[in-house]
Design a protein around this ligand. Structure first.
Ligand code: NDP
Length: 338
């Protein structure tokens, strides 16, 4: 059983050597006295929150930190090879939190979802049909409370979550602008995901001016993925009674001390509603979410871009790449295809 092991707590920007590959034996049967499942891992999801688990003390108690010397864990898709649990059978396809390894023994599979619809790519259950998809869905429809015709801005817009938020917003009849970090991503936003406008924030000397260019009337909804200078510029451009859904703050995850935000008075002047949210609180909505999103995929109303890397050994670099903007779309690692 090849495994990616977490070496030790990380300060600052993570390195490949913070994780290493080992190989050992594993019994491919669930022990008799357990009601667990044995999963052959197929697709691993690389998610920004995983960096927070590498800190000695997690910034919030929502998650538990990784244990040095143990496998990295994350969301992923797998196939059940053996089961002593009444809800799962050999051959079932599932997704949930697995180890970064070829095979995972899951002792408490209660948090696992069975995959029923296989007419779409299986890897989608790490992205559009998994946690990032639900994040986009709950974050946009519930937290942003959007109305037709509103002005929507999304940062890290071409990523796993952002590309979907933008497409949901277009389906709702909003005016949608996204920011991303390369010309290729800007092109995707405009020409593949149907955003009205997009810009490369790394090429903008003045983010406030850039936002004024696209939002002469101001922003009704900001879907926040990054924080940093972008949040400060957005605060200056919010409309009265605008809403900010705080999904993530990726620009801060590798900093020991988070950066300050300067323009908070705008929250008062513009009466802005700022709400944070976590996807886990919406997991009960998965069936409803799939009913909405699967038809959109099948009818071609929503498209999804994935960045697929082959091989467990390449998983650490893929994860770290998220913090350099290396991924184009949802970052997935293939461990095995079936
Ligand atoms: P992405 O697929 O968007 O990958 C991360 C992207 O973030 C990179 O490609 C890069 O894009 C951008 N980025 C990286 N570093 C910086 C930086 N310093 N400043 C600005 N942008 C940066 O990731 P996800 O879609 O999976 O996640 C997006 C956000 O949503 C994250 O903040 C994540 O933590 C959050 N999240 C929150 C959840 C919740 O429950 N609240 C659930 C899931 C995700 P670019 O090239 O455009 O800079």
């Amino acid at each position: 059983n090849k495994q990616v092991i977490f070496r030790d707590y990380v300060n600052g920007f993570p390195k490949d050597s913070d994780m290493f590959l080992t190989s050992g034996n594993i019994n491919l049967k669930v022990p008799e006295d357990s009601d667990g499942i044995l999963v052959k891992n197929l697709y691993l999801s690389c998610d920004p929150y995983m960096r927070l688990l590498m800190n000695h003390i997690p910034s919030q108690s929502v998650f538990t930190a990784y244990t040095p010397g143990s496998p990295v864990t994350g969301l992923g898709v797998g196939k059940v090879l053996d089961s002593k649990h009444p809800d799962f059978q050999e051959g079932d396809l599932v997704w949930g939190t697995i180890g970064w390894e070829e095979f995972s023994l899951i002792t408490t599979p209660q948090g696992f979802f069975k995959i029923q619809h296989t007419d779409v790519p299986l890897s989608y259950y790490t992205g559009i049909l998994g946690m990032p998809g639900l994040t986009a869905y709950a974050g946009f429809y519930e937290v942003c409370a959007p109305k037709k015709g509103e002005y929507v801005f999304i940062s890290a817009a071409s990523g796993a979550v952002g590309q979907l938020v933008g497409q949901f917003a277009k389906l709702m009849g909003c005016y949608v602008v996204g920011s991303a970090g390369t010309p290729q991503k800007v092109d995707l936003l405009k020409n593949k995901f149907g955003f009205d406008e997009a810009f490369n924030y790394k090429e903008e000397p003045d983010l406030n001016a850039a936002l004024k260019r696209y939002f002469s009337q101001g922003i009704d909804i900001y879907f926040e993925n990054v924080r940093g200078k972008m949040l400060d510029a957005v605060l200056l451009n919010m409309r009265i009674h605008g809403r900010i859904a705080v999904c993530g703050m990726i620009s801060q995850y590798n900093l020991g001390e988070p950066e300050g935000v300067c323009n908070l008075m705008s929250i008062i002047y513009k009466r802005v509603n700022i709400q944070g949210f976590v996807a886990a609180e919406y997991y009960h909505q998965f069936p409803k979410f799939l009913e909405v999103v699967l038809p959109y995929i099948r009818q071609g109303k929503i498209t999804y871009v994935e960045d697929i890397v082959e091989g467990l050994e390449n998983a650490p670099a893929a994860l770290i790449g998220l913090f350099r903007g290396q991924n184009v779309g949802k970052q997935v690692v293939v461990v095995a295809r079936d």
